[in-house]
Design a protein around this ligand. Structure first.
Ligand code: SF4
Ligand code: SF4
Length: 470
């Protein structure tokens, strides 16, 4: 097998024509899948638990980092001791690829200083002390059926998504406005909503599909209107039959909307893997979904877009799954963006004594939380608190050349070759083997019988590769 994928040569050029035909004669089509990937245990402890709203405690602090997205950092637009209202802009950037940040509460600006960010770096942040009087929380489940989509122009939809600070809620946090501005050179014919939620443990998207399906459908139709796409598809894994039924009830009478039932496999929700699984189109190695006429968004992003277009609300709260055996009251929570992780865990009854690891995100792609005073951000879909029987750190041994990492890599890379090159500090060799195409899904580490932390080596190598490129 060649590095760089079955469809692409080492230099990134396409080897042969891949299927690009999208047969959608049915409202629901199924068995969508992609090559490679793994089947981690389900462990969705919270899938049956309805979303509960979390309130901030007056006198506590919330932390709003100026970087919560891919692109240019925001600059604070508030001053020390200034009173702010819930939903008020507190940071923005002029760059096209960026998204403003808003206050989650009424309060007073306590400080504007660099503070620890979930990434582990210190990032300029606005700290707000939560005030005594807070506005009534807005409903988020019952989206009004009479909302008139034709009353809003495509340009306004993109503008509203920018005003409300919308970014990808699935974790990537890419500013949505950039995707919603139609590009005549790269027409989009399909908007694909990702409702797969392929990470074990996490259930926030699943609950959203069950509890607020109409906001998702409306957000999908708004996105289709913005980019001029005729088809809208909601992709859901086949382990969420209740969500498939719920969404089907709504799409069955709407032209152009479909449900794609995907085989349960990780990382089904990876952008390129999902496009391949659902449409049969293969995004070029260094290309973007728009190169194959597709725009991908998360169901949470679509829901927030619908609420923003309906009544101008901003992206200052989101659903977070707090899960794992190590938390006393696991569940799905509607959490103000900026609430500290330690405050959220306290709301969930605290953590147990035998906690071995806390992850921001799920067990496959989540980042280890080294401190709990970091905030919930726009891209925080879950917090996984693992006990010592859920998490074990085993000693790395020698590679036995079994090729499992290669067979399971969804990007068709050679993880063992790349990791070996990184260990040997031969970054050029790692680059030649397409290290930068790695999506850091962790499948290679997951299947490696020698317990080699392949993805960690690759992550470290990618940082070195960026330095080399500079
Ligand atoms: S982490 Fe990278 S190399 Fe490993 S399986 Fe995923 S895409 Fe392939
Ligand atoms: S899975 Fe592990 S042991 Fe097997 S070839 Fe890959 S690195 Fe080596």
């Amino acid at each position: 097998m060649q590095p760089g994928g079955c469809a692409y040569a080492k230099d990134g050029r396409k080897r042969k024509n891949m299927p690009a035909k999208l047969d959608m004669s049915k409202k629901v089509f199924g068995k969508c899948t992609f090559p490679g990937g793994v089947h981690p245990p389900h462990r969705k402890l919270t899938e049956g638990l309805p979303v509960e709203r979390v309130s901030l405690t007056p006198g506590h602090d919330v932390v709003i980092p100026m970087v919560q997205h891919i692109g240019a950092p925001c600059k604070p637009v508030v001053a020390l001791k200034q009173e702010v209202k819930a939903g008020e802009v507190i940071g923005r950037a002029d760059a096209f690829v960026s998204a403003p940040v808003h206050s989650p509460c009424n309060g007073v600006v306590k400080s504007i200083i660099p503070l620890f960010h979930p990434s582990g770096r210190k990032i300029e942040s606005v700290v707000i002390t939560v005030g005594e009087q807070q506005p009534e929380p807005k409903p988020w489940q019952e989206f009004p059926a009479e909302f008139d989509l034709n009353a809003i122009s495509p340009e306004t939809i993109a503008q509203v998504s920018d005003n409300c600070g919308l970014v990808g809620a699935g974790g990537a946090a890419f500013p949505t406005r950039v995707k919603l501005v139609a590009n005549p050179a790269k027409p989009i014919d399909v908007v694909l909503l990702n409702g797969c939620e392929c990470e074990p443990y996490l259930t926030s998207d699943h609950r959203l599909m069950l509890e607020s399906p109409l906001s998702i459908i409306t957000g999908l139709r708004l996105a289709m209107r913005a980019v001029g796409a005729a088809k809208g598809i909601i992709a859901i894994e086949d382990n969420k039959q209740d969500a498939i039924n719920k969404m089907f009830d709504l799409v069955k009478k709407i032209d152009g909307l479909h449900i794609a039932v995907c085989k349960t496999k990780y990382p089904q929700g990876g952008e390129k893997q999902l496009i391949r699984a659902v449409t049969g189109r293969e995004v070029p190695l260094w290309g973007l979904p728009m190169d194959v006429g597709v725009m991908v968004s998360n169901v949470g992003t679509a829901s927030t877009l619908a609420w923003s277009c309906f009544d101008g609300r901003v992206f200052n709260e989101r659903i977070v799954t707090v899960t794992g055996k190590g938390v006393n009251r696991p569940g799905n929570y509607m959490v103000p963006v900026g609430m500290k992780v330690e405050d959220l865990l306290a709301h969930c009854g605290g953590i147990k004594n035998n906690v071995a690891k806390i992850l921001l995100g799920g067990p496959m792609m989540g980042a280890t939380a080294y401190r709990l005073d970091v905030p919930v951000m726009k891209g925080t879909s879950g917090i996984t608190v693992m006990t010592d029987d859920e998490y074990r750190l085993l000693d790395e041994t020698a590679c036995i050349r079994c090729s499992r990492c290669v067979d399971n890599c969804p990007v068709r890379l050679l993880p063992t070759t790349i990791a070996h090159a990184v260990k040997a500090r031969d970054i050029q060799k790692a680059v030649d083997n397409h290290i930068t195409a790695c999506i850091e899904c962790g499948c290679c580490s997951y299947v490696c019988p020698a317990q080699i932390p392949l993805v960690q080596y690759i992550r470290a190598g990618k940082i070195k590769a960026r330095e080399l490129k500079k």
